[in-house]
Write a protein that binds this ligand. Structure first.
Ligand SMILES: Nc1ncnc2c1ncn2[C@@H]1O[C@H](COP(=O)(O)OP(=O)(O)OP(=O)(O)O)[C@@H](O)[C@H]1O
Ligand SMILES: [Mg+2]
Length: 478
């Protein structure tokens, strides 16, 4: 469970934060001053600090510098009123994760908290490479096969340098893990590691997220904002899904790589920028090039050092090791004993094509563990889990699909067709979420994991659909 330390002298604010964050499944500690907060951190560091700018005694900025001096990788979110925004910006320039303006928009704040925790985890949790499952004490890259040995060698070679690296491979092959491993083993490992997912951020926001903006750069830009690249100064920026980056931003990234500087939106100042870029994509960049969706100059610049992650079906000999790793890891995360797996079941895993690669294997094992609650994993458990997932993917007309089709037809022919698509999707999403809540006994963080949603997204959907926990947990899991 993640622990969040709140430092604020406002009793009411601390109390409402406490309530909200505990509900979201976080452990919360709070302090009324910078001095008290620092004392609390001794020997027992939280995963995130949320710090008010205006504090009695040591002020927010000083407190931030002290915290950052002791634990440079601990993410800190500053809370600021309009009057202290400039100082909050100073803090982000020196490495605070972000700042939020009072009064808060709760879903937005939960999103920032989630991002900050993930950033902290990425920076702080090391990646074990080329280990056996029982040696893996942290996140690990597992695999002994020849193609993986090549990957380890490549990671080793590039880690020691400052060169730009392009990581390629199908979805779920471990590109993000490889990027983290390069960072962890580089001489920038004690500096920030900032992840930008080029598809998760809407195009209109991506540019300002990366490069920041000056006050007045566009309507709504009431203050200067420091972009993620500037914030990562001295560190590493991971541009995930770079194959989906809009052309206009590709041009700016090229300039960053060539000239090592950036400009904030609406700004004239050229800001020298020392960051190492790691990029990843599962796209066919050559096709994107041919269609004019990807710049040729950027492509050649990026591909000089490429690491290609093999598909799982190209390294089948690793399936047993990976299975063992995910079984023990997820069993312990779910607080259960590792139930083990019978040998005929292993054979099914060995022979399945795994189009979703390692992510699919990991998800399959996690799903089976949740459903079968402790008995050794059988051949049937696996065929069921796999066929359920592939039916969803291939659209096989099985019974479930037929029911959904009937229901869709009814909706399409009904009189009420306002927002038909969205309301049908919501209808289905609400069922899915309430079933997931029932399976996890209402545990939101397990539910989010099970559904592959972030906690803030799950939270906002639960609110949107007015899902009542009491009613959903009473239902018998089918
Ligand atoms: N070699 C490996 N050993 C252990 N776990 C792995 C390995 N490769 C991938 N994983 C796990 O599989 C999941 C997917 O990996 P990751 O997110 O790195 O894939 P990706 O290539 O970035 O996929 P996408 O293109 O969809 O973003 C993660 O949970 C990751 O921890
Ligand atoms: Mg990825």
């Amino acid at each position: 469970m993640n622990t969040i330390l709140i430092i604020d002298d406002d009793d009411q604010l601390r109390a409402s934060f406490d309530k909200l964050l505990v509900e979201e499944g976080y452990a919360v500690r709070s302090a009324v001053s910078g001095e008290e907060g620092l004392k609390m951190m001794q020997g027992n560091s939280p995963d995130l600090v949320i710090l008010d700018m205006r504090l009695p005694g040591m002020n927010g900025l000083e407190t931030f510098h002290k915290i950052h001096g002791i634990e440079p990788k601990l993410p800190v979110i500053m809370m600021t009123a309009y009057s202290t925004t400039e100082t909050a910006i100073e803090a982000t320039k020196s490495g605070a994760f972000d700042y939020i303006l009072k009064p808060f928009d709760i879903p937005e704040m939960l999103t920032v908290i989630n991002q900050a925790l993930e950033a902290g985890r990425f920076m702080r949790s090391p990646i074990d490479m080329d280990v056996t499952p029982d040696q893996a004490s942290h996140d690990a890259i597992i695999g002994k096969s020849k193609p993986m040995q090549e990957v380890y060698k490549a990671i080793g070679r590039v880690s020691a340098t400052d060169t730009t690296v392009l990581i390629r491979g199908d979805s779920g092959t471990g590109k993000e893990l490889a990027a983290r491993a390069i960072y962890q083993h580089s001489h920038r490992a004690d500096k920030p590691f900032i992840v930008i997912n080029c598809v998760a951020i809407p195009e209109s926001l991506l540019e300002s997220e990366l490069f920041g903006y000056e006050k007045g750069a566009f309507t709504g830009a009431a203050f200067r904002r420091v972009g993620k690249i500037e914030q990562a100064s001295g560190g590493t920026v991971f541009l995930d899904e770079i194959g989906d980056m809009p052309l206009s931003i590709q041009a700016k990234i090229l300039r960053l790589l060539q000239e090592k500087n950036i400009e904030r939106l609406g700004g004239r100042e050229t800001i020298p920028t020392d960051v190492r870029i790691i990029a990843a994509t599962n796209r066919d960049l050559e096709a994107a090039l041919a269609d004019g969706r990807f710049r040729e100059d950027l492509y050649y610049r990026l591909k000089v050092v490429t690491i290609l992650l093999p598909r799982l079906c190209e390294r089948r000999s690793d399936i047993p090791l990976l299975t063992e790793y995910f079984l023990s890891r997820y069993a312990s995360e779910l607080g259960m004993d590792n139930p083990g797996i019978v040998s005929e079941a292993k054979a099914v895993l060995d022979n399945y094509p795994w189009p979703g690669n390692i992510r699919e294997l990991a998800n399959t094992i996690q799903r089976i563990l949740i459903f079968n609650r402790g008995s050794p994993i059988s051949r049937e458990d696996i065929t069921q889990a796999i066929s359920g997932a592939s039916a969803g993917r291939d659209g096989d007309p099985n019974l479930v699909d037929q029911k959904i089709r009937e229901w869709a037809r009814k909706a399409l022919t009904s009189e009420y067709k306002d927002n038909l698509f969205d309301s049908c999707m919501d209808h289905y999403a609400a069922i899915l979420i309430s079933e997931a809540l029932a399976i996890t006994g209402g545990n939101r963080s397990q539910t989010a994991k099970l559904l592959g949603l972030s906690r803030p997204t799950l939270h906002s959907k639960i609110n949107k659909f007015h899902l009542k926990l009491e009613t959903s947990v009473k239902k018998e899991p089918s």
